[in-house]
Design a protein around this ligand. Structure first.
Ligand code: TYD
Ligand code: MG
Length: 453
């Protein structure tokens, strides 16, 4: 049978495939993300010679050898990767344009090349001179650092085979293309095929490859979500463009745990690590202001203290305004409904604004208690003592439910000098061994409103 060429439509956001154009993607519910692409399906081979018996092994006979890991000399990145860079792995680094992906990877290249390993940085976006300008801000490089400006995959494959680097960076996957596929660079089929080829190179030659993927808001360029399932590790670089800190989050990791985060700060000479994010997040916290309290969120295995701020004021126009930055809008509405019903607070005619200071996004229910206390404090216009912190989830009947890893959180509070922690009563068993901080157990929202703080 000859190869067949046909036209299909792909969602640029999630890669959903469809035979016809659709306005809304059934996969990810985004609008106007479908673009048409020609795909050539290779003819199916029917000859019996193509079939072979695969080799089967017993599970017990497989040796438990540890993966071969190399340090990147950036502790925050090593932790997010699960303890270092695994040889032969394919890592996707996604993020908004301009967030610092190229900067981070260039810094990684510099440190790994400094170890004596050969590193190849392939850019399809910038010229050698532009890369040099960025590199000058970062520091000195050894001669192990090689550059290539290219976007044809066959050339890249040949170069990698000839140069035999140990680490390769592809910046970015959306600019790479395979001549055998007719659609434009950045389309879903090109991006997938390019990733496929890079995966084979990584596994075949035991090279660690980083690929950069820009998160695209609209247009015809496929986003990194399209290839999340193909790679070993997926890291996302987040942060507000105008704030200087950046968070690197692992959302998938075949060689380690997910949800780990690394915190960085963008400075004049590249990204620097933030080793104590809690201290950093609490910088500039107001003293004695109503509507502000510190809570703790677990990011992977790491506790991070955050300041929750609420502003509740009388509505001037008919419908109350509710706004929320850094946490889930619906969750805040739900909590306010619980406070209204269970405590009889008249929030129905109030505007409410809730903000997690510092621009970090937290969706963990364990900060519910903090949000509720901030709202109550602002509503009553009564400040909460600066040395008091709160953590716990709130249920619909106003009960305070447990928060995971409570001892770790309370120890983090203690470390940063807080004196009183308000925690769910159900967690008291886990806190038996914690000393040096006053613990106030609460079991429902009436308890918190009764606290004299
Ligand atoms: P970049 O790594 O080019 O972003 P991406 O590859 O994700 O698109 O980062 C660009 C931004 O970082 C740009 O706004 C300039 C800033 N920057 C610094 O503030 N300090 C530095 O040392 C460098 C290299 C960049
Ligand atoms: Mg870049």
């Amino acid at each position: 049978m000859p190869a067949k060429s046909k036209s299909v439509f792909f969602c640029n956001n999630c890669g959903y495939e469809s035979a016809k154009w659709m306005g809304q993607c059934p996969g990810c519910r985004q609008w106007n993300t479908f673009t048409e692409e020609k795909v050539i399906r290779p003819a199916k081979s029917t000859s019996s010679s193509a079939r072979r018996n695969a080799e089967v092994v017993t599970l017990n006979s497989v040796s438990e050898q540890q993966e071969d890991r190399r340090t990147t000399h950036i502790d925050e990145l090593d932790r997010v990767l699960g303890g270092g860079l695994v040889a032969g792995s394919l890592t996707l680094v996604g993020g908004d344009p301009g967030i610092g992906k190229s900067t981070l990877l260039l810094q990684v290249c510099r440190l790994i090349a400094g170890d004596g390993a050969k590193v190849l940085y392939i850019s399809g976006e910038e010229s050698v001179r532009q890369i040099k300008l960025r590199a000058r801000r970062i520091g000195n490089f050894t001669d192990n650092m090689l550059l290539l400006c290219e976007n044809t995959l066959s050339v890249i494959e040949e170069t990698i085979k000839a140069q035999k680097p140990e680490v390769v960076v592809i910046d970015s996957i959306q600019t790479m293309y395979d001549e055998e596929i007719s659609s434009a660079p950045g389309s879903v089929s090109q991006v997938r095929e390019a990733t496929n080829i890079l995966m084979q190179i990584a596994k075949g030659l035991n090279i660690s490859i980083f690929i950069v993927g820009h998160v695209t808001k609209e247009g015809t360029v496929a986003g990194p979500r399209v290839l999340e399932h193909m790679v070993d590790t997926v890291l996302y670089f987040e942060g507000e463009r105008h704030a200087s800190y950046r968070i690197l989050r692992s959302v998938k990791n075949r060689f380690g745990s997910t949800n780990e985060i690394g915190v960085f700060k963008m400075e004049e000479n590249g990204l620097s690590e933030v080793r104590n994010p809690s201290e950093y997040m609490l910088l500039g916290k107001p003293v004695g202001a109503p509507g502000s309290i510190v809570s703790c969120s677990m990011e992977g295995t790491r506790p991070i203290l955050i300041e929750i701020q609420a502003l509740v004021c009388q509505t001037n126009f008919g419908i109350p305004r509710r706004q929320c930055t850094g946490t889930d809008f619906n969750r805040v509405n739900l909590l306010m409904a619980v406070l209204e019903k269970r405590l009889g607070m008249q929030l129905g005619n109030c505007d409410a604004y809730v903000n997690i200071a510092g621009g970090i996004k937290i969706n963990e229910p364990a900060i519910d208690l903090g949000i509720a206390m901030a709202v109550i404090s602002s509503f009553k216009n009564k400040p909460i003592d600066d040395k008091i912190v709160a953590v716990g989830e709130i249920g619909l009947s106003g009960e305070i439910r447990s928060a995971g890893m409570i001892a770790t959180r309370v120890n983090e509070f203690k470390k940063l000098g807080f004196e009183t922690a308000i925690v769910p009563k159900v967690c008291m068993d886990d806190l038996k061994d914690v000393q040096g901080i006053r613990i106030v157990p609460v079991s429902n929202v009436q308890d918190i409103s009764a606290l004299e703080i």
